[in-house]
Each structure stands twice: as structure tokens, then as C-alpha cells.
Write a protein that binds this ligand. Structure first.
Ligand code: UGA
Length: 438
């Protein structure tokens, strides 16, 4: 059954959601207040790199199931289900900035003239959904006929399409059966394919999202603490992670040690959750998340100080090549990128940097135009005193270390993501430092 849906906000989350809803057969209208974004999407172009998304966008534009607008009046008149997918960035003080969310709800509500369901997907502090519901009820001409649900999203950048088409689970935060039934109809293809739908109250649904990200962040910081222990004890954190991961209660995923987490979600979400915990008076969560954040940021210090040590104490005047500037592979996102943070610190200390990334170079150059970017790995490492492997793109695992050794000044590399084949690099003549490994 095709449902008329609107998606408010066409960032990573919204655009992917709109495209995947259309691909499921729904009639979709995407809305953004930024007319450049809307024009791009309508032409079949995505403003960010996300494998598979542009193809699916074009396919659904051509099929006539997907359109874009900047008009809330159009959205209100069109949709039976409206998804709110706007950003909730970090405000000063760590808490979430909800201004875009309330602005979107307030702009949409006056145009809700028919019975409909408004569904929040943005990551929010617990208690927000009820306030959004009050806003919608206050402003919507249809009043009681505009119901509200919360349906958090768990997609990962770089795997957004797959995560949306085949999610692990669907979470429906609702205040009644009608909303849950309507969400089941929207997600009928996923449910038919076996994805479980978990129905709960609004507050629990909001909390599922932030606690999932807090748990993932905690898991990463835990393995990074173990990397420190392994280094101190002469043990191997990769072997440790592998052995831990075989315990089904633990699992191997999100136990990759190295430089820690960055991006537009985990860092801001644990800080916002910490701020919520403080408001709720749950001090134990404040302390836990504080440690997770501190351990995570400590990894950047660790790599920076190892770089200094490896080049003889000071990076000033040394040529350092950086492989990978995106916050993770398969993404051109540089928000809170651990790699970019390290690059800025080394540059501030006087290092001469040359940065390569398969796709994120232009974004990094816009944010940090003072740094130097290379078009190829060979160009980046040419004459380098040290190579830093900071984002584990598959391209870098395919490098021939023997060929690279010919171009650098010193064949010395720090693998901060524990992702390269250390034996192969050492056999090719490299001095290789891997965090957490002997
Ligand atoms: C994260 C969550 O994984 C998604 O489920 C969630 O929907 C999303 O945030 C969100 O809230 O919107 P994402 O930020 O795209 O997704 O990236 P992740 O794959 O979670 O990676 C986050 C960071 O952790 C990256 O910097 C990555 O390099 C790092 N990481 C990940 C590790 O250091 N070790 C690991 O084992 C895994």
C-alpha cells in the first residue's frame, strides 16, 4: 500500500529516509528550507558521499515516487505521515540544540488540515517528543487529529542505504494503537522481511536511541583502554578483541581499537545524554559518559605524542603524510574527525603535512584551507619523514608497501586504526607502530 509521506529535513538522515521510503513504494515529498539542497536532490544529486544513495535517488525520481519542495504548505496538504528528520546539533554546554526541531514542527503544524501522523526521527533528549506533540496540537488546525510518534533511526553513515532498507529493528514510540498500526503500514516491506518492530511509550523510544549510541561509544572506549593495557603489558589488543568477540554476550563489532570515535553522532550524543543525565540527577551516567569521552579524546593525544616521539621529539619542520581525513571510511564527513583534529594539532606545532583521503579532501579543505591536500597516496607520502594511517579506507589496505617505501624519506608509519597488515609492511622494510600491539 502506497502511503503519502513527507520527510522534513534532507540531510544524511532525511534524504536517505526519503529515498528508501520511495523505494518501498510510498509516494514521498522531501522538504528542506535550504533551496540549494532541494534543487540538488531534485536533479538526482546528493550533497554528501553515501554509497548507493545517488543511484537509488535517481531511480525513484524517475519512477515519479519522489519529489522535493521548500514549502510547508505543500507538505501539510500532501502527507498522511510526516517524518521530522532535522538535525539536533551540540549546543554550547553539551546539550542538544533543539531549535531546528521545534522550528520544523511549528512550521509544519499550521498546515495540518487533515488527520495525520507526525513522526519524529531526530535524536533528542528524553521528554522532547511530548513537547513536540504539544507544539503540533497547539498549532494544527486539525488539532486532535494530528497524532505524534517517535521512531528513532539507527543508520550508519557509509552504510545508510542498507541500514534503512534492512534495519536490525524498528522502534515505535507511540501513545496509542492507531499510530503503531500506521507505522507498521509504512514499514510493511521491512516487517515482511523479518525486521522486529518494538512498540513502546514515547520516552522509552527516545532513550533507546541515545542509550544505543552511548553503549557503542562505551564499547569503543573500553577496547581503547584495553589497547593501553596491552601496550603497557606487551600484549596484543587485536588478538584480545578477537577472543573477546567470540563470546556471544560481547560480540566482535565495535571492538576495533585505535583512534576512537568521531563524526556527527557519537561524540555529540554522549555529551547531550550526559547533560540530560545531569538534569535528571543520574550522576552515575554523567560520570560514565565523562570517562568514555575523556578516554576517546585521549587517543588523539596518544597518536600526536607518538608521532612526536617517532620523529625525534619535535614535529616542527618534519614532513608528515596523513592517510585518511574522514571520521570513518566510506564517508566524506569530517565532523569531529579524529584525523582532522590530529592534523590541525601537528600543523600548529610546525609540521609540514600532506593529506590524502579518497573522498573527504574537498570537505576538509573547505574547513581547513591552510592545510595541504594531495590527489594521490604517492603525492602525499613523497619525501615523508613519517606516514600516519588515520582512517581505515579499504584503498589503504591495497597499498603496495614496497613501492611506497621507495618514495618516502623514512619508511616509518603509525597505524592508528590497527587495520594494515603489519607483517607485510614490516617485510617491505617499514618501521611500523601499531597502537595496542607489540
Ligand atoms: C552512529 C551509530 O553507529 C548509528 O547506529 C547511529 O544511527 C548514528 O551514529 C546516528 O546517531 O545517527 P555513525 O556516526 O555513522 O553511526 O558511525 P559509526 O559507524 O557508529 O562510527 C562512529 C565512530 O566510531 C567512527 O569514528 C569510527 O571510526 C569509530 N569506531 C567504530 C571505532 O573507533 N571502533 C569501532 O569498533 C567502531
Amino acid at each position: 500500500m502506497s502511503i503519502k509521506t513527507t520527510v522534513i529535513g534532507t540531510g544524511y538522515l532525511g534524504l536517505t529516509h526519503a529515498v528508501c521510503l520511495a523505494d518501498a513504494g510510498h509516494d514521498v515529498l522531501g522538504l528542506d528550507v535550504d533551496d540549494t539542497k532541494v534543487a540538488m536532490a531534485a536533479r538526482g544529486e546528493t550533497p554528501f558521499f553515501e554509497p548507493g544513495l545517488e543511484e537509488l535517488l535517481r531511480k525513484n525520481l524517475e519512477a515519479g515516487r519522489l519529489r522535493f519542495t521548500t514549502s510547508f504548505a505543500d507538505a501539510g496538504a500532501f502527507g498522511d505521515v510526516h517524518f521530522l528528520c532535522v538535525g539536533t546539533p551540540q549546543a554550547q554546554g553539551g546539550q542538544a540544540d533543539l531549535s531546528y526541531l521545534y522550528a520544523a514542527a511549528s512550521a509544519l503544524a499550521p498546515h495540518l488540515r487533515k488527520e495525520c501522523l507526525v513522526v519524529g526521527k531526530s535524536t533528542v533528549p528524553v521528554g522532547t517528543a511530548r513537547k513536540v506533540r504539544d507544539t503540533v496540537r497547539e498549532l494544527a488546525p486539525v488539532a486532535e487529529g494530528a497524532d505524534l510518534a517517535w521512531n528513532p533511526e539507527f543508520l550508519r553513515e557509509g552504510r545508510a542505504v542498507q541500514d534503512s532498507l534492512v534495519p536490525d529493528r524498528l522502534v515505535f514510540g507511540v501513545t496509542g494503537d492507531a499510530a503503531a498500526d500506521r507505522l507498521r503500514a509504512v514499514y510493511a516491506p521491512q516487517l515482511a522481511a523479518g525486521t522486529p518492530a518494538l512498540v513502546m511509550d514515547l520516552e522509552t523510544a527516545e532513550l533507546v536511541k541515545v542509550s544505543a549510541n552511548a553503549f557503542l561509544a562505551t564499547k569503543i572506549s573500553f577496547i581503547n583502554v584495553m589497547a593501553e593495557v596491552c601496550e603497557a603489558a606487551g600484549a596484543d589488543v587485536i588478538k584480545l578483541a578477537e577472543a573477546l568477540g567470540h563470546d556471544e554476550r560481547i560480540g566482535r563489532k565495535f571492538l576495533s581499537p585505535g583512534l576512537g570515535f568521531g563524526g556527527g553522532c557519537l561524540p555529540k550524543d554522549i555529551r547531550a545524554f550526559g547533560a540530560t543525565a545531569a538534569t535528571l540527577g543520574v550522576d552515575s551516567l554523567v560520570s560514565l559518559l565523562d570517562v568514555v569521552d575523556t578516554v576517546n579524546l585521549g587517543r588523539r593525544d596518544r597518536v600526536t605524542s607518538l608521532a612526536r616521539q617517532v620523529v625525534g621529539g619535535q614535529v616542527a619542520g618534519k614532513r608528515i603524510a596523513i592517510l585518511g581525513i574522514a571520521f570513518k571510511p566510506d564517508s566524506d564527513d569530517i565532523r569531529d574527525s579524529p584525523s582532522l583534529d590530529i592534523a590541525e594539532r601537528l600543523a600548529a606545532e610546525g609540521a609540514s603535512l600532506s593529506i590524502h583521503d579518497p573522498v573527504a579532501g574537498p570537505n576538509a579543505a573547505r574547513k581547513c584551507p591552510e592545510l595541504t591536500y594531495a590527489r594521490s597516496v604517492s603525492e602525499a607520502v613523497d619525501g615523508a619523514d613519517l606516514v600516519l594511517h588515520l582512517t581505515e579506507w579499504a584503498d589503504y589496505r591495497a597499498i603496495d608497501p614496497a613501492a611506497l617505501a621507495e618514495i618516502v624519506k623514512q619508511p616509518v608509519i603509525i597505524d592508528a586504526r590497527c587495520a594494515l597488515d603489519a607483517q607485510m609492511w614490516r617485510e617491505a622494510g617499514w618501521v611500523m607502530h601499531v597502537l595496542g600491539r607489540p
